[in-house]
Design a protein around this ligand. Structure first.
Ligand code: TXA
Ligand code: MG
Length: 337
């Protein structure tokens, strides 16, 4: 199969719709990362997405809809506080997990009785979702465990020859995936941190908890995606706390006969440049760092065998999401569950 990258036009939207209604998969831009889209009502299309990504079959997918889609078609119960969150943040990088009507394919939520729904703000994504006017499941358009894609070229790297069409909507501005927030209980619970922070959610509805899976109790994990080694570049990684930056520099110096590079916030760049090491600069602000993270991890795997990573100093707010991705990208093994 030949994979085409096409700008979003009325003609390419029609082409994408035909592929989707035919049970196929199309890569689409969003404001966070690119997604691998398929018809949420079509069992075969949903199965195809798991297959083409190599995704574990216990990790549920997010259904994407346009701003005027009638949620009652797919969700069973809508707590009043969820409406406030939608009004405050949607369309945008916040995914809400509701009790499901069970109308979409059972493969979407992998047997859970909930459904994650997202309304992306990217104009190309909205145009595509309006054109098809059905919920589109779309995991990040990367091979399972690999770094998420923030450009059409990244999607092409992972899926050339495996999908027919990538709709090119430019570089993603957000850079890390949406915040996933469970709204099935009395107060919202963040399952995956992102650009919409717990503090921002609590400011609208009064309270918001963070979900911390208890691996010792073998409880059924609420958001299976939190378990895996994820977002990882195809080079070895060594992660250091910001307090250990000198140790990171020494470790970089001690490597022999391999290509070494560093990844850190602007503040630490000169420490690595001083020893003549290529240094990928995450940036200064939290939004800059979120926006640059995946692009730089993909760049790293091309230029080095060992990547020395120094965690940024700021840990809260949007950085919670950035650190969550960075730590998983540098995890050496899958966490058993
Ligand atoms: O920004 C995003 O959310 C991107 C773009 C393409 O929209 N999509 C994305 O999808 O990140 P994916 O499949 O890579 O991640 C979906 C996350 C996983 O952590 C999954 O476990 C969680 O959402 N999830 C999906 N359905 C769920 C459900 N019913 N209950 C709990 N967690 C769910
Ligand atoms: Mg993903």
């Amino acid at each position: 199969m030949q994979t085409k990258i096409k700008q979003i036009t009325p003609e390419t939207l029609s082409e994408a719709k035909t592929i989707i209604l035919d049970g196929g998969v199309v890569a689409i831009p969003t404001e966070t990362v690119y997604g691998l889209g398929g018809n949420a009502f079509d069992d075969e299309a949903v199965k195809r997405i798991f297959e083409v990504k190599g995704r574990p079959n216990d990790n549920p997918l997010i259904a994407h809809v346009h701003s005027d889609f009638d949620l009652k078609k797919i969700i069973d119960y809508d707590p009043p506080y969820a409406k406030k969150l939608r009004e405050a943040f949607l369309p945008g990088p916040l995914t809400l997990v509701y009790p499901s009507t069970g109308k979409v394919s059972p493969y979407v939520s992998c047997g859970l009785n909930t459904l994650a729904v997202r309304v992306p703000s990217h104009t190309g994504a909205q145009a595509f979702l309006r054109k098809v006017d059905i919920p589109i499941v779309a995991p990040s358009a990367n091979l399972s465990k690999h770094v998420s894609p923030t450009s059409a070229a990244h999607v092409f790297e992972d899926f050339n020859g495996k999908i027919p069409l990538i709709l090119d909507g430019g570089e993603c501005v957000g850079g890390i995936e949406s915040t996933v927030c469970d709204v099935t209980g009395e107060i919202p619970v963040v399952l995956r941190p992102g650009l919409i922070t717990r503090e921002m959610i609590a400011a609208i509805v009064g309270d918001c908890k963070e979900y911390i899976p208890d691996f010792t109790k073998k409880e059924k994990v609420k958001s299976p995606g939190v378990l895996y080694k994820h977002y990882s570049p195809r080079c070895q990684t060594k992660l250091f706390d910001c307090k250990d930056v000198e140790r990171a520099v020494q470790t970089a110096k001690a490597q022999n006969g391999v290509r070494v590079a560093a990844l850190c916030e602007t503040f630490f760049v000169s420490k690595f440049e001083k020893i003549g090491l290529p240094c990928l600069n995450l940036g200064e602000t939290e939004t800059e760092m979120a926006g640059n993270l995946y692009r730089l991890l993909r760049e790293a795997e091309k230029i080095c065998d060992i990547l020395i990573v120094v965690e940024p100093r700021k840990k809260d707010g949007v950085m919670e999401g950035v650190l969550n991705r960075l730590r998983k990208a540098c995890a050496s093994v899958d966490i058993e569950h």
